[in-house]
Design a protein around this ligand. Structure first.
Ligand code: ZN
Length: 179
């Protein structure tokens, strides 16, 4: 699920304690060399034009940008009837056909969820520290996620998504996109 949690993002981004976790993504050796070729993109509805176009859009973006460091799962489903989500299989929808930046950012967001589930211990530690800094966080749309845990997790996910956007799209487009 993709939700925008902006609360105090700048403040905690400056905190040194999170650097270890946050920099893992950016300093980790890529697991993804040559991954572009291995990515499997399936359509939920056979012969659906919008899903087929979205698959082409994703393939185009994979060719256009070096996303290798932001890919943590290789199995993707395109489903016009769902909200984008990361688990159990990363699933994207078709509504960003005309907005490459937003589609790219959504894709990276859902991939980053996989990064955090693959680093469970460090994620729990980071959330624990976030809880001491921000004992109260919003829950529910529009400021928070579905649950308190999810809001804390999204403070991490959205920070990395923003950093990835800055790197991939540049500062201006990353900011305009709404973070
Ligand atoms: Zn999310």
């Amino acid at each position: 699920m993709r939700l925008i949690v902006q609360m105090k993002g700048v403040v905690f981004m400056r905190r040194v304690f999170l650097c270890a976790v946050l920099s893992m993504l950016f300093h980790a050796t890529s697991l993804a060399q040559g991954m572009k070729e291995q990515i499997k993109i399936s359509l939920k509805h056979d012969n659906d034009a919008s899903e087929a176009q979205t698959k082409s859009q994703l393939l185009k973006l994979l060719a256009q940008y070096d996303l290798s460091r932001f890919i943590f799962t290789k199995e993707i489903i395109i489903d016009r009837e769902t909200i984008p989500h990361s688990h159990p299989v990363l699933t994207l929808h078709t509504r960003h056909l005309k907005d490459d930046d937003l589609f790219l950012s959504t894709f990276v967001h859902e991939q980053i969820h996989w990064f955090f589930t693959q680093h469970q211990e460090q994620t729990e530690q980071a959330v624990k520290e976030l809880r001491t800094i921000f004992p109260k966080v919003p829950v529910g749309f529009p400021e928070g996620a579905d649950s308190e845990d999810s809001t804390y997790l999204h403070l991490l996910v959205n920070t990395l998504e923003y950093r990835a956007d800055q790197e991939l799209l540049g500062e201006l487009r990353a900011t305009i996109k709404g973070h």
